[in-house]
Write a protein that binds this ligand. Structure first.
Ligand SMILES: O=C(O)CC1=CCC(=O)O1
Length: 278
């Protein structure tokens, strides 16, 4: 019989040195639990539309990684392994034994790290707008220097151009204004710490060692990890599907939630039936 996931009564959990903000939602009787892992400068609100759309079909764990949203910053410096350790401990504390990881951008690196250290937990992975290496050391050092000097303000416009298509980035779009506010209010220390973690991460070998079904998705207009970069991740993974989401930048969970939800639903169905969605 499938293990039952209890809906949490409290929104925070201390895991090791950090208090993590999280939410369990959706259909608690479904397995595996879909775990959404956020990108740089975002919190779990970016997944709410997808989680709502899939609520009858899946249990979801949403959480803010350290240094983001309402979660603690934790000690500095920090690494992708620290983020993966937080997630491993959060799953343990919640009694979740089997997950479908949905890693967005740096969340994909965290998914690779978690699979590497705890393959027993992972039933499958959806890699969303991510890669085994993201950006260059020089680009991350420049970003960290800018944040250290002036906070998030100088980054807002360039990041918005990578996150969203021009059609989304219009003044009348209240959602656009809201997500820009989310980035503007992000903790600069948490942001810079995660930039350094991304800079120092190379999960090429971990991608080659993925042993579970995987699906690599990317927005056709992604300005941070464009389709050819995500394709290079898919090429490393022994059995991975690859699909491009139309009219979409770096964050399909915001810009094209219905398309993303439909991919996740089909991938989840194939996983539970033991068939292939590649
Ligand atoms: O901010 C960006 O450029 C997009 C991004 C890169 C890694 C991540 O998580 O988001």
């Amino acid at each position: 019989m499938a293990e039952k996931v209890e809906v949490a009564q409290v929104p925070f959990m201390r895991v090791g040195e950090v208090a993590i903000h999280y939410r369990l939602c959706g259909n608690a009787s479904r397995q595996p639990v879909v775990v959404a892992i956020n990108s740089l400068g975002t919190d779990f609100r970016i997944w709410e539309t997808v989680a709502e759309e899939l609520a009858p079909h899946a249990a979801f764990l949403l959480y803010d990684k350290r240094g983001h949203g309402l979660s603690d910053l934790g000690a500095l410096p920090q690494s992708i392994e620290d983020h993966a350790g937080d997630l491993e401990r959060l799953l343990g504390a919640l009694g979740i034994a089997r997950v479908l990881l949905c890693g967005l951008s740096v969340g994909g690196l965290i998914a690779l790290a978690l699979h590497q250290r705890r393959p027993d937990l992972v039933a499958g992975v959806v890699f969303c707008d991510t890669a085994h290496r993201i950006g260059t050391a020089e680009s991350w050092d420049a970003r960290i220097a800018a944040v250290d000097a002036e906070g998030l303000a100088p980054l807002l416009d360039p990041v918005m151009e990578r996150w969203f298509t021009p059609a989304y980035r219009v003044a009348e779009n209240a959602d656009y204004a809201g997500y820009r506010n989310m980035l503007a209010r992000q903790s600069p220390q948490g942001y810079a710490a995660t930039c350094a973690a991304i800079r120092d991460a190379d999960y090429t070998q971990a991608a080659r060692a993925i042993t579970v079904p995987a699906l690599c998705l990317v927005g056709d207009r992604d300005g941070a990890t464009p389709p050819d970069v995500v394709r290079s991740l898919a090429n490393l993974i022994p059995e991975a599907g690859f699909a491009v989401i139309a009219d979409c930048g770096h964050l399909p969970c915001i810009e094209q939630p219905a398309a993303l939800a439909s991919h996740i639903r089909a991938f989840l169905a194939a996983l539970t039936e033991g068939s292939s969605y590649v």
